[in-house]
Design a protein around this ligand. Sequence first.
Ligand code: SF4
Length: 224
Amino acid sequence: MNLMSIYRTLLEHFGKQDWWPVDEDYHKKVGSDKRVEIIVGAILTQNTAWRNVEKCIEEMKAKRMLDIKRICELDIEKLEHLIKSSGFYRQKAKRLKDFMCYIKEKYNADLNKIFSQSDERVREELISIKGIGFETADSILLYAANKPFFIVDAYTIRFLKRFGIPLHGNYESIRKGIEKRLRKDVEIYKEFHALIVELCKQYCKKVPRCDACPLSSACKHNLP
Ligand code: SF4
Protein backbone atom coordinates (compact mmCIF):
# COMPACT_ATOMS: atom_id res chain seq x y z
CA MET A 1 0.00 0.00 0.00
CA ASN A 2 1.53 3.33 -0.98
CA LEU A 3 1.15 6.63 0.87
CA MET A 4 -1.64 7.92 -1.38
CA SER A 5 -3.64 4.72 -0.74
CA ILE A 6 -3.02 5.04 3.00
CA TYR A 7 -4.23 8.64 2.78
CA ARG A 8 -7.42 7.63 0.98
CA THR A 9 -8.10 4.79 3.44
CA LEU A 10 -7.69 7.09 6.44
CA LEU A 11 -9.82 9.78 4.83
CA GLU A 12 -12.59 7.28 4.19
CA HIS A 13 -12.38 5.95 7.74
CA PHE A 14 -12.10 9.19 9.73
CA GLY A 15 -13.58 11.74 7.31
CA LYS A 16 -12.19 15.22 6.71
CA GLN A 17 -10.44 16.69 9.75
CA ASP A 18 -10.35 20.29 8.45
CA TRP A 19 -7.20 21.24 10.30
CA TRP A 20 -5.73 23.50 11.69
CA PRO A 21 -8.42 24.04 14.35
CA VAL A 22 -8.96 27.80 14.67
CA ASP A 23 -11.85 29.78 16.08
CA GLU A 24 -13.06 31.41 12.86
CA ASP A 25 -16.00 33.13 14.61
CA TYR A 26 -13.71 34.79 17.14
CA HIS A 27 -11.42 36.16 14.43
CA LYS A 28 -14.37 37.43 12.39
CA LYS A 29 -15.82 39.10 15.47
CA VAL A 30 -12.67 40.91 16.58
CA GLY A 31 -11.19 41.36 13.10
CA SER A 32 -7.96 39.53 13.92
CA ASP A 33 -5.71 37.39 11.73
CA LYS A 34 -6.46 33.70 12.30
CA ARG A 35 -2.94 32.80 11.14
CA VAL A 36 -1.63 34.26 14.42
CA GLU A 37 -3.64 31.63 16.30
CA ILE A 38 -2.04 28.90 14.15
CA ILE A 39 1.46 30.25 14.82
CA VAL A 40 0.80 30.54 18.56
CA GLY A 41 -0.56 26.97 18.57
CA ALA A 42 2.43 25.66 16.58
CA ILE A 43 4.89 27.16 19.08
CA LEU A 44 2.96 26.22 22.21
CA THR A 45 2.32 22.62 21.15
CA GLN A 46 6.03 21.75 21.31
CA ASN A 47 6.37 18.91 23.88
CA THR A 48 2.85 19.16 25.24
CA ALA A 49 -0.65 17.81 24.65
CA TRP A 50 -2.97 19.89 22.49
CA ARG A 51 -5.56 20.24 25.28
CA ASN A 52 -2.99 22.32 27.25
CA VAL A 53 -2.47 24.56 24.25
CA GLU A 54 -6.21 25.06 23.92
CA LYS A 55 -6.39 26.41 27.48
CA CYS A 56 -3.70 28.99 26.69
CA ILE A 57 -5.37 30.02 23.45
CA GLU A 58 -8.67 30.52 25.28
CA GLU A 59 -6.89 32.74 27.83
CA MET A 60 -5.22 34.69 25.07
CA LYS A 61 -8.51 35.15 23.21
CA ALA A 62 -10.22 36.38 26.38
CA LYS A 63 -7.54 39.07 26.65
CA ARG A 64 -7.48 39.79 22.90
CA MET A 65 -3.85 38.72 22.83
CA LEU A 66 -3.82 36.77 19.57
CA ASP A 67 -2.15 39.69 17.89
CA ILE A 68 1.44 40.12 16.67
CA LYS A 69 2.00 43.61 18.08
CA ARG A 70 0.32 42.89 21.41
CA ILE A 71 2.33 39.71 22.00
CA CYS A 72 5.54 41.51 21.08
CA GLU A 73 4.81 44.41 23.40
CA LEU A 74 3.53 42.40 26.38
CA ASP A 75 5.79 42.05 29.44
CA ILE A 76 7.45 38.67 29.33
CA GLU A 77 6.20 37.80 32.84
CA LYS A 78 2.60 38.49 31.78
CA LEU A 79 3.04 36.39 28.66
CA GLU A 80 4.54 33.56 30.74
CA HIS A 81 1.49 33.71 33.01
CA LEU A 82 -0.91 33.60 30.05
CA ILE A 83 0.66 30.48 28.54
CA LYS A 84 1.55 28.69 31.75
CA SER A 85 -0.70 25.68 30.99
CA SER A 86 1.41 24.78 27.94
CA GLY A 87 4.45 23.73 30.01
CA PHE A 88 8.01 24.98 29.47
CA TYR A 89 6.25 28.32 29.63
CA ARG A 90 9.36 30.50 30.14
CA GLN A 91 11.04 29.12 27.06
CA LYS A 92 7.82 29.25 25.04
CA ALA A 93 6.99 32.81 26.10
CA LYS A 94 10.40 33.90 24.87
CA ARG A 95 9.96 32.02 21.59
CA LEU A 96 6.53 33.54 21.04
CA LYS A 97 7.71 37.03 21.83
CA ASP A 98 10.86 36.70 19.70
CA PHE A 99 8.81 35.42 16.76
CA MET A 100 6.15 38.12 16.95
CA CYS A 101 8.72 40.91 17.47
CA TYR A 102 10.64 39.65 14.42
CA ILE A 103 7.49 39.86 12.26
CA LYS A 104 6.59 43.23 13.75
CA GLU A 105 9.99 44.76 13.20
CA LYS A 106 10.93 43.24 9.85
CA TYR A 107 7.48 43.05 8.23
CA ASN A 108 5.50 45.68 10.08
CA ALA A 109 3.44 42.92 11.71
CA ASP A 110 2.11 41.84 8.31
CA LEU A 111 2.25 38.08 7.73
CA ASN A 112 1.37 38.54 4.04
CA LYS A 113 4.75 40.18 3.54
CA ILE A 114 6.82 37.26 4.84
CA PHE A 115 4.54 34.61 3.34
CA SER A 116 4.54 36.17 -0.13
CA GLN A 117 8.16 35.10 -0.69
CA SER A 118 9.05 31.82 -2.40
CA ASP A 119 8.29 28.65 -0.43
CA GLU A 120 11.94 27.77 0.23
CA ARG A 121 12.85 31.34 1.14
CA VAL A 122 10.09 31.61 3.78
CA ARG A 123 11.10 28.25 5.22
CA GLU A 124 14.76 29.28 5.47
CA GLU A 125 13.73 32.49 7.16
CA LEU A 126 11.40 30.81 9.67
CA ILE A 127 14.06 28.27 10.62
CA SER A 128 16.56 31.09 11.14
CA ILE A 129 14.34 32.56 13.90
CA LYS A 130 15.54 31.33 17.29
CA GLY A 131 13.30 28.64 18.79
CA ILE A 132 11.66 27.67 15.47
CA GLY A 133 12.70 24.15 14.49
CA PHE A 134 11.77 22.19 11.39
CA GLU A 135 8.51 20.78 12.75
CA THR A 136 7.25 24.13 14.03
CA ALA A 137 8.30 25.88 10.82
CA ASP A 138 6.52 23.30 8.68
CA SER A 139 3.35 23.54 10.79
CA ILE A 140 3.35 27.31 10.25
CA LEU A 141 4.18 26.96 6.56
CA LEU A 142 1.54 24.36 5.83
CA TYR A 143 -1.37 25.63 7.91
CA ALA A 144 -0.77 29.37 8.16
CA ALA A 145 1.02 30.07 4.86
CA ASN A 146 -0.53 27.32 2.69
CA LYS A 147 2.86 26.16 1.51
CA PRO A 148 3.49 22.51 0.62
CA PHE A 149 5.79 21.15 3.35
CA PHE A 150 4.88 17.89 5.05
CA ILE A 151 5.10 17.91 8.85
CA VAL A 152 7.19 15.11 10.34
CA ASP A 153 6.14 14.76 13.96
CA ALA A 154 6.58 11.92 16.43
CA TYR A 155 3.20 10.43 15.42
CA THR A 156 4.21 10.34 11.76
CA ILE A 157 7.48 8.57 12.52
CA ARG A 158 5.85 6.07 14.87
CA PHE A 159 3.13 5.16 12.38
CA LEU A 160 5.27 5.01 9.23
CA LYS A 161 7.94 2.88 10.92
CA ARG A 162 5.37 0.40 12.15
CA PHE A 163 3.59 0.35 8.82
CA GLY A 164 6.82 -0.47 7.02
CA ILE A 165 7.46 2.68 5.01
CA PRO A 166 11.25 3.10 4.91
CA LEU A 167 12.45 6.22 6.73
CA HIS A 168 16.07 7.26 6.57
CA GLY A 169 18.20 9.96 8.07
CA ASN A 170 17.22 13.21 9.70
CA TYR A 171 14.05 15.31 9.66
CA GLU A 172 14.79 16.76 6.23
CA SER A 173 15.43 13.48 4.46
CA ILE A 174 12.35 11.89 6.01
CA ARG A 175 10.21 14.88 4.98
CA LYS A 176 11.53 14.80 1.42
CA GLY A 177 11.02 11.02 1.28
CA ILE A 178 7.36 11.42 2.28
CA GLU A 179 6.79 14.33 -0.10
CA LYS A 180 8.25 12.31 -3.00
CA ARG A 181 5.61 9.65 -2.42
CA LEU A 182 2.66 12.08 -2.32
CA ARG A 183 0.99 14.35 -4.83
CA LYS A 184 2.31 17.85 -4.14
CA ASP A 185 -0.90 19.34 -2.87
CA VAL A 186 -1.30 21.57 0.18
CA GLU A 187 -4.78 20.24 0.93
CA ILE A 188 -3.56 16.62 0.87
CA TYR A 189 -0.62 17.48 3.14
CA LYS A 190 -2.91 19.28 5.59
CA GLU A 191 -5.49 16.56 5.69
CA PHE A 192 -3.00 13.69 5.78
CA HIS A 193 -1.11 15.13 8.74
CA ALA A 194 -4.36 15.55 10.68
CA LEU A 195 -5.44 12.00 9.76
CA ILE A 196 -2.14 10.55 10.99
CA VAL A 197 -2.60 12.37 14.30
CA GLU A 198 -6.11 10.91 14.59
CA LEU A 199 -4.89 7.42 13.68
CA CYS A 200 -2.20 7.61 16.36
CA LYS A 201 -4.61 8.90 18.98
CA GLN A 202 -7.19 6.22 18.33
CA TYR A 203 -5.28 3.17 17.11
CA CYS A 204 -1.56 3.51 16.55
CA LYS A 205 -0.96 4.46 20.19
CA LYS A 206 2.15 3.62 22.19
CA VAL A 207 0.55 0.21 22.58
CA PRO A 208 -1.19 -0.16 19.21
CA ARG A 209 -4.79 -1.35 18.79
CA CYS A 210 -4.14 -3.15 15.53
CA ASP A 211 -7.29 -5.29 15.58
CA ALA A 212 -9.56 -2.29 15.13
CA CYS A 213 -7.21 -0.22 12.92
CA PRO A 214 -8.40 0.60 9.38
CA LEU A 215 -4.89 -0.20 8.08
CA SER A 216 -4.48 -3.54 9.82
CA SER A 217 -4.66 -5.71 6.70
CA ALA A 218 -1.75 -3.86 5.05
CA CYS A 219 0.44 -2.93 8.01
CA LYS A 220 3.77 -4.70 8.41
CA HIS A 221 3.56 -4.43 12.20
CA ASN A 222 0.36 -6.46 12.17
CA LEU A 223 1.51 -9.17 9.75
CA PRO A 224 2.08 -12.64 11.22
S1 SF4 B 1 -2.16 -1.89 12.24
FE1 SF4 B 1 -1.35 -1.43 14.26
S2 SF4 B 1 0.75 -0.76 13.98
FE2 SF4 B 1 -0.26 -0.72 11.99
S3 SF4 B 1 -0.97 1.40 11.76
FE3 SF4 B 1 -2.65 0.25 12.65
S4 SF4 B 1 -2.43 0.43 14.86
FE4 SF4 B 1 -0.49 1.08 13.93
